[in-house]
Every structure is written in C-alpha cells, then in structure tokens.
Design a protein around this ligand. Sequence first.
Ligand code: HEM
Ligand SMILES: [Cu+2]
Length: 493
Amino acid sequence: MSTVIGNNKPKSNNKLIGTSLVIGGVVIAAMMIFGILMLLAQGGVISVSDAMFYQFLTIHGTGMIGAAALAAAGVMWYFLSRYVNLSRKVFIWFLALVLIGVVMVVVGVFSFKFASAWTFLYPLPAISASAWGTIGALLYLIGMLILGTGFLLLYIDTGRAIIKTYGSLGKGLGWDVISGKKRLEDAPPKVVVASTMVTIVNTSALIAGATVLIMNIINVINPSFTFDPLLAKNLTYAFGHIFANAIIYMAVIVVYELLPKYANRKWAVTKLFLVAWTMSTVFTLLIYTHHMLMDFAMPKWMLIMGQALSYANGLPVLVVTAYGALQVVHKSGIKWDMASGLAFLSMFGWTVGVVPAIVDATIVVNHVMHNTKWVPGHFHMYMGLGAVVMLFSFMYYLAKIDSNVKESKLDKIAFWCYALAIFSVSAQFLVSGALSTPRRWAIHYPGWMTPAVFGAIAGVFLVIATSIFIIHFVRYMKNRGTLGSDMNEQETA
Ligand code: HEM
Ligand SMILES: [Cu+2]
C-alpha cells in the first residue's frame, strides 16, 4: 500500500510540474553564462566594469538558488501528490508569483543596477554609495518578497495536506513510529518524511526572510527607520542557509523513488531513516550560525552550537541515503540509463561536496577560509554535482515514463561532459580558495587568475551539456502523454 506509484491522477499534473522544471532548467543554464562571464572577468580575459560584475554576481546567486528551488519544488510536488491531496490551484499561484518575482528581480538588477549580492545584507540595500537607487533596491527586495510568498503558499499547502492525511507534521516525520506507538510497516513513505522536513524548515526560513525583507524595504523607503544589523544578519542567514539547503532535500526524493523502481528492489523506511531526517530537520534550523563565526558580538554558545551541529547537519540524511542507495543498487542488475545514472551521480556529488563544507565549518579553518573561494568551491560541488543533477535525473525519468522520446548517444556524452565540467568548475574554486583568493572580488591579482580561466573553459562545456539535458526535456514536453514505458503503472516489488 505504501508504494503506490501509479495512482488515479498522475498525468494531468505533469504539464504543470514540467513547466516548473523547464523554467528552472532554462534559468540555471542562463545563469551559468553569467558564472562564466564572472570567471572570465576575474581571469583577466574580458573587461567588465566593477558595477557590472556585482550585478552578475547578484543575478547568478539569486537566479541559481531560486531556479533550483523552483524545479526542486516541482519534483517534491510530483511525488508527494501521490500520497496526499495537494492543491493544483496553489501550485499555479506558486508558479505565477515566482515568475512575477523573477521579472522584478531581473529588472531591478539590470535596469536599475541593484548589486548587493543575493544576501542583500542590511544596510547595504539602502546605503550603496550611489551605486544604485531606491527603485532598484525596491524592485529587488519586493520581487524577492513576492517570490518568497509564492514558496510560502506552496509549503502551507503541503503542510495542510500532510497534516490532513497523517495527523500532524510530527507524524509526517514518523515520530509515532520512532516512539514505538506505531508499527514500522505503517511508517510514512520516504517522500512524505522528506516533504515534511522541507515544509517545516522552509516555512521557518521564509518567515525569517520575509521579516528581514520587509524591514529592509522600510529602511530603503525611509532611512530614518533602522534596526539591529546583527539581528538582520541572523534573519538573513537563517533564511538563506535554510532555503538553499532545502533544495537538495526536495530534489533527493527522486533518488528515493527512482532507484528502487529501476533496481526492482524495496527501499524500506527504517527507524534509523526516520531518526536521521528528524535530526537533520532540527540541525538545519539551527546551524545557520556558521555564517556568523566572524561576528564577535554573537553569543559564544550560538557559535559553538553552529560549529558542532554543522558537522552533524547533513550527515544523518546523507549517510542513510547514500548507504541505502548503494544497498538498493548493489548486485541488483539495475538498468542504467540517463535517469538512474544521474540519480547515482548525484549521490556521489552530494557526498563529495559535503567534505569541503565540513572542513570549512571548523572555526579554526573558517577564520582563514571563510571569505575565500573555498566556500563557492564546496557549494558548487554539492549543488552542481548533487542537487541540480537530481533535477536532471527527474527530467529524464519523467520523459521516459510519460512519452516515447528516446535517449540518444548525445545524452550519454552530455552526461560525462556535465560530470567532468562541474567537477572542474568546483575544483577550480577549491584551488583558488587554497591560494587564499578572496571570494566576491571583481578583480584578481595575476597570481589568482589561472584557475578562473580554467573554470570558465570548463563552464562552457557545462552549458553545452546542460542545454542537451534541457532540450531532451523540452522535446518531452512537446510529446507528453505518448505512451512510453509503462513503469509509471508498475508497483515496486
Ligand atoms: C557554469 C557553471 C557555473 C559557473 C562558471 C559559476 C561561477 C560562479 C562564480 C564565478 C561565482 C562568484 C565567485 C566569487 O565569489 O568570486 C559564483 C557564485 C555563486 N554561484 Fe555559481 N557558477 C556556476 C554554476 C552554479 C550553479 C549550478 C549554482 C547553484 C545551483 C551556482 C550558485 C552560485 C551561488 C549561490 C553563488 C554565490 C553568489 C554570491 O556569492 O553572492 N553556480 N558562481
Ligand atoms: Cu550555511
């Protein structure tokens, strides 16, 4: 009963979900181009004005996180809607609000030169030394608020639906099973556990984000209204850290659903699995303080907690997921294709990408490394080779089960091209970090330039591979519903 995959309403929603993935995918590819331009500028190959560089940085950071979150929300919605009753209307509102927000952000950045980076750290939006004006700041901040409202609506709906079906969010995380009140066989499915976690953490993140956005907006309109910058930074990173992190917790659902089907094996929920997700729920909420390790005014206990829990944060879920994935796949005679290959690759990327993050979460190392390119090194690895790869895996999966669009040799080449290229882009950042190259600097000394140029070249291959993935998915969207494999209707053994 717990693994009903083909239910009564799957295909009618595919267009809607596909739309979120097409928009997400196209924006990710477009943002890669800004990434390449930044590396070319830092590498001294092209000349970009400083103001322009920071506009690129702002749109790249905002766009990547926003687009990946949008597509990941589509993945979560697709699978979650098989177990609980989600509202289509809310999903349409979500898409519409996100689109409006994106347009406002793009206009604010490019027409009105807003360039505070995606962290919009108070009081920068209002105090820009005339780099940008009130209108640019308002377009960006209000655009982000609208976009965030779209996401908040979505999570209110997923929360409502989970509570309705399972009784409470705690039960969605399987607490009654952990405490022994309910049998393990009746535990909520993995999709529901992950979705509950994301609903909890992202609702909190979005409320923190809305609060600090509104305070910034008032401050931009009326600079005599001020507030505590340390509070603002706490709220900003509570929002940014959690929201960015939650992307992978939404996207990983595709791995949970897809690998057992392909391997024709069961991937059962265990108590350890439930405990791990609960631990990561709590830790994800608390550890944003690792962004404050340089803020001496922070209470010391918060920083120590930030460090200690950062070690522990992603690990429980990563370990149960990576280990579970290996168990499901090992000697199963699994059929490898683009979807299962990408799902497996993403597990590798996630695991490898966490290592430099853990290194950086160490206070001693952090004092040296935090403002170097080491940091983009770790998150490009775990986002680019982890989370985003899960999104592409889902695209190929959906195309396979809902159309007759076939995978070609070109897709396979794109797979290897993508893996190598994103690995190179990330490694280039890590090397720069090890050379003490500061992050977010428009201009580099000659000694810092070589890795940047190397990264830009790798980036071009990444854009090509990504485009091939997206073209495949767009072809699917045009041929939707043509009978493909009947996997959709199969139940796992
Ligand atoms: C072709 C691929 C990519 C290239 C060449 C690229 C390049 C860059 C560069 C040069 C920076 C600024 C580094 C600095 O601080 O000096 C950056 C920052 C960033 N990138 Fe990428 N990137 C790529 C893909 C991605 C992907 C796939 C994601 C996430 C889904 C991503 C998310 C970010 C974020 C969040 C920042 C931080 C922005 C900030 O510091 O405000 N990037 N990237
Ligand atoms: Cu963080």
